[in-house]
Design a protein around this ligand. Structure first.
Ligand code: SAM
Length: 243
């Protein structure tokens, strides 16, 4: 999986890309991440990448020329990338969108700042806009990192245990069951007895039940799209679910 990130703050990525799982995944060659400084594509004396908006108003807008050159240079390299502009106006990111992005195999991620980027680049040069949520952050860098992390988790070998990716929240349309670790009792709070019973079939049933219960309580909207068995539906009905 390859990521090319276009930003005016390349230093923003130094620590996240050099830490823990992303660092190891890069070292193993499972993912490739390049951070491209947009200013390298600004050919004027001051390396200007932004300018005031036509029509007046607050803030600055990324000029089209440096962005166009940067995207064009990246598109010239195979394999053809999927070009994403991180934007609060984009399609909301969720696990299904993450899977779609993973299938593209190469992503160009454009990080905006200030008032965003010239509309002509949005119209003619990008494949889609993605939002990490209905709120506004300072810049696209944090959103690009969210995509890099979420997509990298799907690359075989990046997460040590394949099971943990397949069974985590959202991967099966449900939230994940609760987890406990040692000690068995902490301040009088005990671990559920079933988890220390050694009975794997019972543990699996308990976990499925908890997953359904938690999803119903916290994110009932997810149940509409989750793949549920008749037994799951029965459990949910007993918990008060109205189909
Ligand atoms: N004026 C823009 C608007 O109202 O849509 C917001 C600009 S924001 C301050 C600067 C940059 O941060 C954007 O160009 C975008 O790249 C990024 N950004 C802000 N919020 C985001 C979000 N929710 N998802 C993805 N990117 C976001």
């Amino acid at each position: 999986m390859q990521f090319d990130i276009i930003t005016i703050f390349p230093e923003y990525f130094v620590s996240p890309l050099e830490t823990a799982v992303l660092k190891k995944a890069r070292q193993k060659g499972l993912i490739q991440i390049r951070v491209i400084n947009l200013r390298d594509f600004a050919f004027d004396k001051h390396k200007m990448v932004d300018d005031r908006p036509f029509g007046g108003g607050e803030g600055m807008v990324f000029k089209p020329e440096p962005l166009y050159r940067a995207i064009d240079a990246l598109k010239a390299e195979p394999p053809a990338p999927w070009v994403v502009y991180l934007s609060p106006q984009g399609r909301l990111l969720n696990q299904n969108v993450v899977k779609e992005l993973y299938e593209k195999r190469r992503l160009v991620l454009i990080c905006g700042r200030y008032e965003g980027i010239d509309e002509r680049i949005r119209e003619y040069c990008i494949d889609e806009e993605i939002s990490i949520g209905d709120y506004v952050v300072f810049g696209g860098e944090v959103a690009a990192l969210v995509i890099v992390e979420a997509v990298s988790r799907l690359v075989p070998g990046v997460v040590g245990c394949k099971d943990s990716v397949e069974k985590e929240s959202f991967s099966q349309g449900l939230l994940k069951y609760p987890q406990y670790t040692r000690p068995r009792e902490f301040r009088g709070w005990k671990v559920p007895e079933v988890l220390v019973s050694g009975d794997h079939a019972r543990i699996a049933r308990w976990r499925r039940q908890k997953s359904l219960e938690i999803t119903l309580k916290r994110r009932p909207d997810l149940l509409k799209k989750a793949s549920l068995t008749e037994e799951d539906r029965q459990i949910l009905r007993e918990l008060g679910w109205k189909e």
